[in-house]
Design a protein around this ligand. Structure first.
Ligand code: B12
Ligand code: SF4
Length: 459
C-alpha cells in the first residue's frame, strides 16, 4: 500500500517529528511504501511555539489564507504520489490546516482515505474529528498497530481497536487498543526524509526512552493517550544512539521526547554505563524529568553528569507538601530541594516549573512555594510558572469534587474553588512575577521557547 504521513502547520519546528517518524519506520518494516513530509517547516513563523496564539483558529486561518498558493502545490505533491491512505498527526495548533488540506485532497480524489491521529485525537474533543466529513479514521493512543491494521484490513467493515471509523456514514468505535508490551520491538524512528538544517536544533536527535509515564498526576493529561508505562531496554536505547551516530554523523545532542526521561532510573543509569564505558562523546541529553527520590544520591547524579545528562527541565510544581500529595506526586518539597542542591554541586542546573493556583492551594501553600523558590533559586537556570492550573482531560476534570472545585464552568482556566478563583490566580501570578524579578531569576513561559532557545544557542 502507498501511505502519505504528514504534519501541517503550526508546530514548534524545534526538531524533526518523532511521531510520524515512528509510524513510517513501522510501516516500511511491514513492506508499505511511505511518503513522509513535515510541511510545518516549509512555512516559517517566528512565534511557532506560542500556543495561546496558534490554538486560536482565526490565527491558523489567517496563515493558511496567506499561503494558499504554496498549499495548493503541497496538495499536488501529495496527490502525485497517489497515496491509498493519508495519515496526519494533529495537535491543537494544527487543526485548521489539517482539516482544510484533508478537504482539498478529498475534493480532488474522493477515494483517498484520510486518517487523523496524534495527541489531539486522544482527547475527548479530538475524538469528534471523526464527525468531520473529510476524515475517515480518527486514531487515539499509540498509533503503530492501529495504523497498520487500518491499512492492511483494506476497507474492512468491522470496528478496528484504537480508532473511530466511518462505514457507510455510520461511526464505529473500536475501543481502546492494548499498547505494545515491549517497545524495543518497534524499529527506530525513520528520519531519513527530514532535513535537520530546517529545524531550530540542527544537531539534535529526538529520542524516546519510555512510552507513557509511571506517575499519574492529578493535573496531567497523558493517560488519555498512553495508559501504561513501558520502558525500552538500555541496550536498545544505546543501540539507537550508535545507529544515530553512524547515520546522522552531525548529531551532537539528544532530546528526550519522554513524558519524563528519568521515570526508570535503572534504565537511565544503564544507558549512562554504556556511554561511559564506550567513551561516547555527547554534547548533552536534554529532557523533562521528575523529582525522582532515587536521584537523591551523589553517585547517581555524578554518573548522570559523566554521561552528559545535563540539560533538564524538572516539574517541581509547588513548595507545599500538602499540594504535592493532592497532585499525587511522590516526593516532598525537602526532597526536591535536596535533589536540586546535589545537581548544582555537579554543575547541573535545571530549568524548573511551577503551577499557580492549584484548586486546593491556599495562601499558606502559595507562601510556601515563594519561600521554596527563595531557597532553591541559586540552583536553577530558569523558572517557568504556569499562570493557572489547566482543567480538562485530567483527574481534576473527571473528579472535580475530589479537589474542592465548586464551579467547573467548562474547565480550561475559568474554574473556581474556595481558595482559587481567576482573580486570586491573577493576583498570585503577579506576586510570583515580582518575587522572581526581585530574586533576579530568569523566567519564561513556554510561549517564549523559541526566543529563549535561540538566545541560549547564540550565547
Ligand atoms: C516532546 C514534546 C514537546 C517538545 C517537542 C515538540 C516537537 N516539535 O517535536 C516541545 C518541548 C518543543 C513541546 C512543545 C509544546 N508542546 Co508538547 N509535548 C511533547 C511530548 C512530551 C512528547 C511528544 C512526543 O514526541 N511523543 C512521542 C511520540 C512517539 O508520541 P506521540 O506524539 O503521541 O505519537 C504517537 C501517537 O500519538 C500516534 N500518532 C501520532 N501522530 C499520528 C498520526 C497518525 C495518522 C496516526 C494513525 C497515529 C499518530 O502514534 C504515535 C506513535 O505511537 C508530548 C506528551 C506526549 N508524550 O505525548 C507533549 C504534547 C504533544 N505537547 C503538547 C503541548 C500542548 C505543547 C505546547 C503547546 C506546550 C505549551 N504550553 O507551550 C508546546 C508547543 C506546541 C507547538 N505549537 O508546537 C500537548 C499537545 C496536546 C494537543 N492539544 O494537541 C502534549 C500531548 C502534552 C499534553 N498532554 O498536553 N512539546
Ligand atoms: S510526571 Fe509529568 S508526565 Fe508523568 S503524570 Fe506527572 S505531570 Fe504527567
Amino acid at each position: 500500500m502507498k501511505i502519505g504521513l504528514f504534519i501541517f502547520p503550526v508546530r514548534f519546528a524545534s526538531m524533526p517529528p518523532i511521531d510520524i517518524a515512528y509510524l513510517s519506520a513501522y510501516l516500511k518494516k511491514r513492506g508499505h511504501e511511505v511518503y513522509i513530509r513535515d510541511f510545518n517547516v516549509e512555512i516559517r513563523v517566528e512565534n511557532d511555539c506560542d500556543t495561546r496564539f496558534w490554538s486560536q483558529l482565526i490565527n491558523q486561518q489567517d496563515l493558511f489564507n496567506k499561503n494558499k498558493v504554496m498549499i495548493e502545490k503541497w496538495v499536488e505533491d501529495i496527490l502525485a504520489f497517489s497515496p491509498d491512505y493519508i495519515g496526519i498527526s494533529v495537535w491543537e495548533t494544527e487543526l485548521y490546516f489539517s482539516q482544510e488540506i484533508a478537504k482539498m485532497i478529498k475534493n480532488r480524489r474522493k477515494d483517498t482515505k484520510i486518517i487523523f491521529g496524534g495527541p489531539w485525537c486522544s482527547f475527548s474533543s479530538g475524538r469528534n474529528m471523526i464527525q468531520n466529513e473529510y476524515v475517515d479514521y480518527a486514531v487515539f493512543g499509540e498509533g503503530e498497530f492501529t495504523l497498520a491494521e487500518i491499512i492492511e484490513s483494506q476497507g474492512s467493515q468491522n470496528p478496528i481497536p484504537g480508532c473511530l471509523m466511518k462505514v457507510d456514514g455510520k461511526i464505529l468505535d473500536g475501543g481502546w487498543r492494548e499498547e505494545t508490551i515491549n517497545p524495543d520491538l518497534f524499529p527506530y524512528p525513520d528520519y531519513s526524509s527530514f532535513d535537520f538544517n530546517k529545524y531550530l536544533y540542527t544537531s539534535t536527535y529526538p529520542i524516546l526512552f519510555n512510552r507513557g509515564c509511571n506517575w499519574n498526576c492529578s493535573f496531567c493529561t497523558h493517560r488519555t493517550a498512553w495508559h501504561n508505562f513501558r520502558s525500552r531496554s538500555a541496550e536498545n536505547i544505546f543501540a539507537e544512539i550508535q545507529h544515530c551516530f553512524s547515520t546522522y554523523p552531525w548529531i551532537k545532542r539528544f532530546y528526550s521526547c519522554d513524558h519524563s526521561i528519568n521515570s526508570n532510573m535503572k534504565q537511565v543509569l544503564e544507558v549512562c554505563d554504556f556511554i561511559i564505558t564506550h567513551g561516547v562523546q555527547i554534547e548533552a541529553f536534554i529532557g523533562f524529568g521528575q523529582v525522582n527520590p532515587q536521584m537523591l544520591k551523589e553517585d547517581v547524579i555524578k554518573k548522570l553528569k559523566q554521561a552528559d545528562f545535563k540539560e533538564w527541565g524538572i516539574g517541581v510544581q509547588t513548595g507545599s507538601d500538602r499540594i504535592l500529595k493532592s497532585m499525587r506526586r511522590p516526593y516532598t518539597a525537602a526532597q526536591a530541594e535536596q535533589m536540586l542542591e546535589i545537581m548544582h554541586k555537579y554543575d547541573i542546573r535545571p530549568a524548573i516549573d511551577f503551577i499557580i493556583g492549584y484548586p486546593e492551594e491556599t495562601e499558606d501553600d502559595f507562601r510556601k512555594t515563594l519561600e521554596f523558590i527563595s531557597r532553591i533559586c541559586k540552583y536553577v537556570t530558569n523558572i517557568s510558572v504556569a499562570p493557572s492550573c489547566y482543567i480538562g482531560n485530567n483527574d481534576l476534570w473527571f473528579h472535580p469534587e475530589r479537589y474542592g472545585i465548586c464551579a467547573l464552568k467548562g474547565g480550561g482556566e475559568s474554574w473556581e474553588s474556595p481558595t482559587s478563583t481567576p482573580a486570586i490566580r491573577l493576583k498570585r501570578y503577579q506576586i510570583m512575577m515580582a518575587h522572581l524579578s526581585h530574586l533576579g531569576i530568569s523566567h519564561r513561559y513556554s510561549d517564549e521557547d523559541r526566543k529563549f532557545a535561540e538566545d541560549k544557542m547564540n550565547s
